[in-house]
Design a binder for this molecule. Structure first.
Ligand code: DGJ
Length: 739
């Protein structure tokens, strides 16, 4: 991926970075300001109309000559637009607009109208790869302005868009809607939406439909754990049919926000698609003081005309390079105790588990839920959340002695916390009832027997920061943190806020303040983002985390599908996959699936048979030899489990000298596995490769190893048959260049 950019293209990219305030073009004798956002393969083009409206006129593969973008508007000009705003770059409301707005306000004097006219723009080159186009819009009547930002990542073809709203009126302005981005796509064939729904242990279930005229809204109103029912990500294919892995025009979209989000997808009267994306304005009218700056979270988009595979590889590369903490770095393999002990453990049991971690050869032992609370011990999920002191009965010598012991046996130590939450049965709840989100005059509703702390309150932010900081400073040997979040917000009411409609937004801002402080103090600490599974997976939070927990569903068969869909939006290096006892598949199958990301184990090691233990120990070693390819390589989805009996997923290193291919039987009706070769991708057609099977179960002989050498061209035209069948239901292949 990311082939070297041709010099001339690079030059254009660089030059564009210097153009201020846009390109003046002559269109039909009139000079027009064009604002192109150019990436390696694509262009998002904005134009300033003669009425000073900023319009989005194009998003797609870039044209050879940027001079031609000026002809685009003319090409579409026959269709009626009753407002002149259908393709507004940021649709205001209350004036000419008749469609879904990006922004709606009530001015300080009570007036509800808004017009946003172009004032100026500049493009700043932030690095070789990254440029920022900023466009200033102002209302001609009110002292109210919006800055639109387009941050482009040239090599990765990714664009981040957000808006910043400010005013200097004589009193507060109420923002009723405040989108981050307003995208306009055109295609005569139509638009296909791939969206996702889910619930606990059912994350990332895809649904594909053709968008019809009118509005389809994807949103969340859950507050925390906002992605429980659907994640803040989607795909739009343009044309007669949904894009495939390697064909078709497609845009992936996602919002960097860990709270309520909203995507309005509107096919307009001219058959174009308007996408308005941002924080959800549900119950969130925001009162903005004069001079106060209201920043919206970035909306990410990546466009490809070569299918969803390429789009996702670009997004994964972008995330590794620019978003995740240590995205291009290393990760720790681990043994977690959650599935093997739940809340039922003591020092002796944990000693055994530490020894088990050593036996397996993993880097770290992760102590999960249940280690804290004294007056209200955390022996199940009804009590203790909020009281972050080690339970004296379970751990008489505290965490410190465990950490020490782990260190002596050369295993690192990690810990679970859920600092945003409180059980009513806790000292914290009794001491600080005013720190809890709940309606004062209503019965309390619990989600997993707990309530959410009010992170809009700076005192609560200090508390949450403080409990994590205390655990980490008291135990410098803790080198890994799993941050969980198991409750949604019911009864949304903050005892702290004067303006209740600020709660959903200020909660997330408060959370980010805490995470920012923690990151400043612990810049290198690996942190797992968990929310009862994948209840909070988004790039707003992932700015502070190295990895995420996709789902509590670790049944490997289900996981193939769940990980498949997550991988369109997130790279393997961020996906924590654990081997557990869920599902009916053999240990090897479970382990192979967990290897397609960051490997962990959550099994009862002492109950493993000798050969199972041997297999796990070997698997950890095998994983160490291929993890670099999985974490940092390019991912190709070769055979789709939704449509085929065998799922195949491939990771290729940047130099195309090595690859790993995972193959799984997902459906065994009519014994069809192994019927066809799997066609590889991403190799060099001119290189030659040897293929051999890895991660075999002790005693298992690979029927495939023949020492044969294949050209990259053969493997990518004819393919290779991993001979998956009921007796070989999961097969991992290592592909290596021979020189
Ligand atoms: C939910 C998480 O998803 C699990 O992995 C585990 O950490 C439990 N919480 C602990 O309560």
């Amino acid at each position: 991926m990311n082939p070297k950019v041709r010099k001339s293209e690079r030059l254009i990219g660089v030059l564009l970075g210097l153009i201020i305030p846009g390109i003046l073009m002559s269109v039909q004798g009139q000079s027009v300001v064009m604002l192109p956002v150019i990436t390696r393969d694509n262009a998002l083009v904005l134009e300033v109309s003669k009425n000073k409206d900023v319009e989005m006129i194009y998003y797609g593969p870039k044209l050879p000559s940027s001079g031609e973008y000026g002809n685009i508007s003319e090409a579409y000009s026959q269709a009626t637009d009753y407002t002149g705003l259908y393709n507004s770059a940021y649709t205001p409301s209350g004036t000419r607009n008749l469609l879904e707005p990006a922004i709606t306000v009530t001015h300080a004097d009570g007036n509800n109208s808004l017009a946003l006219k172009y004032v100026g723009s500049k493009t700043t080159r932030l690095s070789d790869d990254v440029s920022l186009l900023s466009i200033r819009l102002h209302d001609p009547v009110y002292d109210f302005e919006v800055m639109l930002h387009y941050k482009s990542y040239y090599q990765e073809n990714v664009i981040e868009q957000w808006s910043v709203i400010e005013h200097h009126e004589k009193g507060n302005v109420v923002l009723h809607k405040f989108a981050s981005a307003n995208v306009y796509l055109s295609n005569q064939g139509g638009y296909w939406l791939r969206q996702y729904y889910g619930d606990w242990a059912k994350e990332m279930q895809p649904e594909v439909s053709k968008l019809t005229h009118g509005i389809k809204t994807l949103d969340s109103k859950l507050g925390t754990r906002a992605d429980l029912f659907q994640p803040p990500s989607f795909m739009i294919s343009l044309g007669e049919r949904p894009s495939t892995e390697d064909q078709g025009e497609v845009m992936l979209g996602s919002i960097e926000w860990s709270g309520n989000f909203r995507f309005d997808l509107e096919v307009d009267p001219r058959d174009n698609l308007r996408i308005i994306a941002g924080m959800n304005n549900y119950a969130s009218a925001y009162s903005l003081k004069p001079g106060e700056v209201f920043c919206t979270p970035p909306f990410i988009s990546v466009f490809s005309d070569k299918g969803k595979g390429e789009a996702s590889r670009n997004l994964q590369a972008w995330a590794r390079k620019f978003k995740l903490v240590d995205g291009e770095g290393s990760r720790l393999t681990l043994l977690n105790n959650w599935e093997s002990t739940y809340f039922d453990f003591n020092e002796a049991k944990l000693d055994t588990l530490l020894r088990d971690a050593r036996k397996l050869g993993v880097d770290l032992f992760l102590l999960d839920d249940g280690w804290f609370g004294n007056k209200y011990p955390r022996n199940d999920d009804h009590a203790g959340l909020g009281d972050w002191q080690a339970n004296r009965k379970k751990l008489p010598d505290g965490i410190a002695s465990l950490v020490k012991e782990a260190g002596e046996g050369s295993v690192k130590f990690g810990i679970w916390m859920e600092p945003e939450m409180v059980n009513p049965r806790s000292v914290l709840y009794h001491q600080h009832p005013g720190w809890v989100i709940k309606q004062p005059q209503r019965p309390e509703y619990y989600f997993r027997n707990q309530l959410v702390l009010d992170l809009s309150n700076p005192k609560v932010q200090d508390f949450v920061y403080g409990v994590v900081d205390t655990v980490l400073t008291k135990n410098p040997g803790i080198v890994y943190l799993k941050w969980d979040c198991n409750s949604v917000i019911y009864n949304a009411y903050s005892p702290y806020l004067k303006n209740q409609s600020h709660l959903y937004i200020d909660y997330v801002r408060g959370l980010y303040k805490v995470l920012e402080r923690l990151r400043t103090r612990y810049p290198d600490l690996p942190m797992m983002l968990c929310s009862g599974g994948g209840g909070r997976v988004d790039y707003g939070a992932l700015r502070y985390f190295t990895e995420f927990w996709p789902s509590d569903d670790t049944d490997p068969l289900e996981r193939i599908y769940i990980q498949w869909e997550y991988s369109y939006f997130y790279p393997a290096v961020a996906s924590c996959n654990h081997v557990t006892s869920w599902g009916k598949e053999p240990l090897k199958y479970r382990t192979d699936v967990a290897m397609m990301g960051k490997l962990g184990l959550d099994i009862n090691v002492s109950k493993l048979s000798d050969s199972d233990l041997k297999f796990c120990q070997n698997a950890v070693k095998t994983y160490a030899s291929i993890k670099g390819i999985i974490w940092h390589g390019d991912q190709y989805r070769l055979s789709d489990p939704f449509t085929h009996d065998v799922a195949s997923i491939m990771y290729v290193n940047g130099a195309k000298t090595a690859a790993v291919v995972f193959n799984y039987l997902v459906n065994n009706r009519y014994d069809r596995g192994g019927k066809f070769p799997v066609v590889f991708r991403g190799l060099d057609p001119l290189k030659h490769y040897r293929i051999y099977e890895i991660n075999l179960y002790p005693g298992q002989d690979s029927s495939l190893y023949s020492g044969k050498i294949f050209s990259g061209a053969f493997l990518m035209q004819i393919g290779y048959n991993p001979k998956v069948n009921a007796g070989r239901s999961s097969v991992v292949l290592k592909v290596e260049e021979v020189s």
